[in-house]
Structure formats: C-alpha cells, structure tokens
Write a protein that binds this ligand. Structure first.
Ligand SMILES: C[S@@+](CC[C@H](N)C(=O)[O-])C[C@H]1O[C@@H](n2cnc3c(N)ncnc32)[C@H](O)[C@@H]1O
Length: 291
C-alpha cells in the first residue's frame, strides 16, 4: 500500500508483531492468559470489529485505549471474553472423575464427618458443566446425605456465568464418550427453538456461580475455605508467574488436607509449591499437608 492509500472500510486493520506483543501483555497482566493470545489472525478477526466500533484505526491506538481510557477496563473485559477459551463439557476427563469419586471423596467424607460440610470449587468453570458434574457425583456417591454441600463455580467471564446459572445445555455439552447420563438429574427443555437439557433443581440447589479473577488473591481470600479445588484446563493457557500466583492462592484457600485437582495435561512440576503429591490408583492429585 502506498503512503497516501487509505485502507478500505471493509478491509481488516493490520496488526504488527509489536502490537500483538503489547496486546498479549495487557491480557496476561489482567487475567494471566498468555497462550493463544499470540495469533495475529485471531486478534485481527476477533478484535478488528471492536476497533472499528470505537473509531480506532490501529491496534496501537486500541492498546492505548485499553490502558488509558475511562472505559478501558470495561473494554478489556470484552477483549478477555473474545480471546479466552471456554470449551467444556459434562464428565470431562472421566478417569480423574473416577479417582475423585472412588478415592478422594471417601477420604474427605471420613475427615469431615464431624462438621458434615463440604465446599468444592470449580475454578475456571466456564459454562458450568464441570460444577454440575461434581455436584452429580457428590449426590451419586451416597456419602453425604444430610450434609451441607456447596459447589462454587468461579470464572472471570460474565457471559459464561449467565449460561452456568441457568444450567440448560445442548448436545455439544454431552460429548464425553464415556458419559452415562444420570437421567434424573436433567429435564428436557427448549432454548431459542433448540432442544436442551436443564440441570435438575436438586443439583442446581447445591451449586452457585461467582465472577472472579483467579489472579485476585484478596477476592479468593474472601471466599472462605475450600475442601477441594478443581482447576482444569485453565493454567495451561497461563504464563509461569500467573500459575504461581493462582496455585499459591489455592494453597492458602484450602483447608489442611484439602485437595487440588488439575487437568490431565497440567501439573505443578516446574513450580515451587507447598503442595504434596498424592499418587492415587488412577491419578496424581495435590494436597495441602495436614500438619
Ligand atoms: C477451557 S475453560 C475450562 C473449563 C472447565 N474447567 C473444564 O476443564 O472443562 C477455561 C476457563 O477459564 C476461565 N479463565 C481464564 N482466566 C481466568 C482468570 N484469570 N480467572 C478466572 N477465570 C479464568 C475462562 O474464562 C474459561 O471459561
């Protein structure tokens, strides 16, 4: 393009390597997500329309807007919505859920039998399938009749949380090959002309959802103690500093003897951490030492 040539209104705004790096740093600084935010194609396609809506002509101007404009924090929340991955489905990573049901839950039931209270977080819960899966497994276990059970779903994205709170899902949420759907936990319903399955009241009544940035240690501290934290397929997108901050916050939030369960491709190998490894028959999980 010559110096005098202007981009046509329909043409995508180009992004340079420096502009990609700057946006990546802004997103990572806010929510820790680093991987998957480095594709110029993705940034152009997902954020291009937002630049145009704001009347900005370059990604450098957009980054400046995010950093300096009064509306910058609101716009940054939109960027995070656009760039983060929300993929999830019921009964994901069945081998780990089997270990949870058959090995971890009986140990927790034994330890908490006096209090008869159990709090589990689904940290980075996306649209809620993981939290509801956990709640169904608690009910199915038969170990907690009469207990006060709480499954708390946490996510930075307001959009996914509104889906989670309503709890109605189409077929893609049921794509786990090993899924044996406990029919009594769902009722058929219609959402926007589509047949969906809504999570039954019995399950929804023990689940709640909160908007929270996992990098916000003070907000995590205010949640109160957890007996177990699932944080699956979240840290994998983050840089080392964010992973360390979040894992430390989880450690402080867990009761002594509380468990941390990560996704199958995530581990604490390269992280200095106070957690101990617990080798179960079917999985490796992490535990805050009792003493
Ligand atoms: C790929 S989903 C994982 C969903 C579910 N845990 C699973 O494994 O099926 C990752 C979720 O983490 C959320 N997330 C990313 N960074 C976050 C942060 N700093 N605080 C809270 N949630 C975050 C995203 O919004 C997204 O919904």
């Amino acid at each position: 393009m010559g110096d005098t040539e202007q981009p046509s209104p329909g043409a995508p705004v180009r992004i340079s390597a420096e502009e990609v790096a700057e946006l990546q740093a802004i997103v990572e600084g806010c929510c820790g997500v680093f991987h998957g935010v480095d594709s110029s194609y993705k940034l152009q396609r997902r954020l291009g329309p937002r630049l145009k809506a704001l009347g900005l002509s370059s990604f450098a101007e957009y980054s400046k807007y995010l950093r300096e404009a009064a509306d910058g924090p609101h716009e940054l929340a939109e960027v995070i919505e656009e760039l983060t991955t929300h993929e999830t489905y019921f009964f994901r990573e069945q081998f780990q859920l089997d270990a949870f049901s058959q090995e971890v839950l009986p140990a927790i039931a034994q330890r908490r039998r006096a209090a008869q209270r159990l709090t589990i977080w689904s940290a980075g819960c996306s649209t809620g399938e993981e939290a509801y899966t956990i709640a169904m497994l608690l009910l199915e276990s038969g170990l907690f009749s009469g207990w006060r059970l709480e499954v708390v779903g946490l996510d930075i994205s307001r959009k996914v949380l509104s889906t989670a709170r309503y709890g109605a899902y189409g077929s893609s949420s049921f794509r786990s090959p090993s899924i044996v759907l406990p029919g009594r936990y769902f009722t058929e319903c219609e959402v926007d002309g589509r047949t969906c399955h809504r999570v039954a009241d019995e399950v929804r009544s023990i689940c709640s959802f909160r908007q929270l940035n996992l990098l916000d240690r003070a907000a995590i501290g205010r949640l109160g103690p957890a007996d177990l934290i699932f944080c699956r397929n979240v840290l994998i997108y983050m840089g080392a500093a964010a992973r360390r901050t979040i894992v430390d916050a989880f450690y402080d939030a867990l009761v002594p003897g509380g468990y941390l369960l990560l996704g199958h491709s995530e581990n604490l190998l390269n992280l200095e951490t106070r957690f101990e490894n617990v080798h179960l028959d079917r999985d490796l999980v992490y535990r805050r030492p009792i003493a």
